[in-house]
Ligand binder design. Structure first.
Ligand code: SF4
Ligand code: SF4
Length: 155
C-alpha cells in the first residue's frame, strides 16, 4: 500500500464521524413521524382483517343463526358453535336457531377471513382492531359475549 492510499484511508476515517453528524442533524430538522399511539392511531388499510365481531340487526336481533358454516370453513379449526332453538319467549335471532355458544380460539386463528366469507348472514366480521395481545392463554379464547356488538335498541 502506498503512502497516498494511507492518507486517503486516514482521511476517510476522520471524515466518517462528521458525515454521521451531518446526517443526524439533517434528520432532526425533518417532520417527525412518531405517532402518539394509543392516543393517535394510524389509519388501517381498508381491507385489514383482525379482531372478530358478531353483528346484530338494527332491531337488536343477532345476525348469527348458529349454522356452523364458519366453523366448517375455518382451516384452523378455531371456531366452536353450539346452536339452540329460538322460542317466542327467548328470541335471539330471526332464524329458527341462534348461537348459544360461539367461541374462537385466537391462538389458532390465521386471520384468513374464510369464516366471514362463509357466513350467510354477515354475522361474523373481521374488523381493523389489531390490539390482540393477552397475558394468559385462557384470555385468547374469545367468547360470544366478547364479540357480540352492543344492542343498538338499548341505551
Ligand atoms: S379468520 Fe380464518 S382462521 Fe380465523 S377463525 Fe376465521 S376462518 Fe378461522
Ligand atoms: S357466524 Fe355466520 S356462519 Fe357462523 S354460525 Fe353464525 S350465521 Fe353461521
Amino acid at each position: 500500500m502506498s503512502l497516498m492510499d494511507d492518507i486517503r484511508a486516514l482521511a476517510g476515517e476522520v471524515k466518517a464521524p462528521f458525515t454521521g453528524l451531518h446526517i443526524t442533524q439533517h434528520a432532526s430538522h425533518q417532520d417527525r413521524v412518531t405517532i402518539q399511539y394509543p392516543d393517535v392511531r394510524r389509519p388501517m388499510p381498508s381491507r385489514s382483517r383482525w379482531r372478530h365481531v358478531l353483528n346484530r340487526y338494527e332491531n337488536g336481533l343477532e345476525k348469527c343463526i348458529g349454522c356452523s358454516l364458519c366453523a366448517g370453513a375455518c382451516p384452523a379449526n378455531a371456531i366452536l358453535v353450539i346452536a339452540a332453538e329460538n322460542t317466542e319467549e327467548n328470541r335471539r335471532s330471526p332464524g329458527e336457531r341462534y348461537a348459544q355458544t360461539y367461541e374462537i380460539n385466537m391462538m389458532r386463528c390465521i386471520f384468513c377471513g374464510y369464516c366471514e366469507e362463509a357466513c350467510p348472514t354477515q354475522a361474523i366480521q373481521l374488523k381493523d382492531i389489531c390490539e390482540l395481545a393477552e397475558d394468559s392463554r385462557a384470555a385468547t379464547i374469545y367468547t360470544k359475549d366478547m364479540m357480540l356488538v352492543p344492542d343498538p335498541t338499548r341505551p
